[in-house]
Design a binder for this molecule. Structure first.
Ligand code: ATP
Ligand code: MG
Length: 137
């Protein structure tokens, strides 16, 4: 069964949106197979966002994601990778559709509440980076 990696970023946690965000994936019918609350190390952040290393916002992105705890999750279901990206919405919350998480709750591209894997290969890499096998049910 397909799996994806999702992380509620520091802004989502601080704004009290953890329950609301998890509820959207639960009510859609996806299955939660891994969950943890952690403060992200610089090393983990730089690996997770390694693809953006040369982008001008890389430093502030790593600063932000390591600034306070995140909720890291693995979700399972048919088509969950693409479906979760739709539920999350466009990267920039200002252009994300209403009804999506970013469209409903976000205002700032640097504070867009949640991360979701963008393809099967990145989902696999991110799940392995954030979770040990025995942490997944
Ligand atoms: P994520 O990977 O966090 O799920 P995404 O796949 O929608 O988001 P990416 O292009 O992978 O978007 O960018 C990773 C993150 O970097 C974005 O979520 C956003 O917080 C930040 N980011 C992207 N573009 C910009 C930008 N132009 N200015 C500031 N931050 C940006
Ligand atoms: Mg991305």
């Amino acid at each position: 069964m397909e799996r994806t990696f999702l992380a509620i970023k520091p802004d989502g946690v601080q704004r009290g949106l953890v329950g609301e965000i998890i509820r959207r994936f639960e009510t859609k019918g996806f299955t939660l197979v891994g969950l943890k609350f952690l403060k992200v190390s610089r090393e983990l952040a730089e690996q997770h966002y390694g693809v953006h290393r040369e982008r001008p916002f890389f430093g502030s992105l790593v600063e932000f994601i390591t600034s306070s705890p995140v909720v890291a999750m693995v979700w399972e279901g048919d088509g969950v990778i693409a479906s979760a990206r739709k539920i999350i919405g466009a990267t920039n919350p200002l252009t994300a559709e209403p009804g999506t998480i970013r469209g409903d709750f976000g205002l700032n591209i640097g504070r867009n509440l949640i991360h979701g894997s963008d393809a099967p290969e990145t989902a696999q890499q991110e799940i392995a980076l954030w979770f040990k096998d025995e942490e997944l049910v």
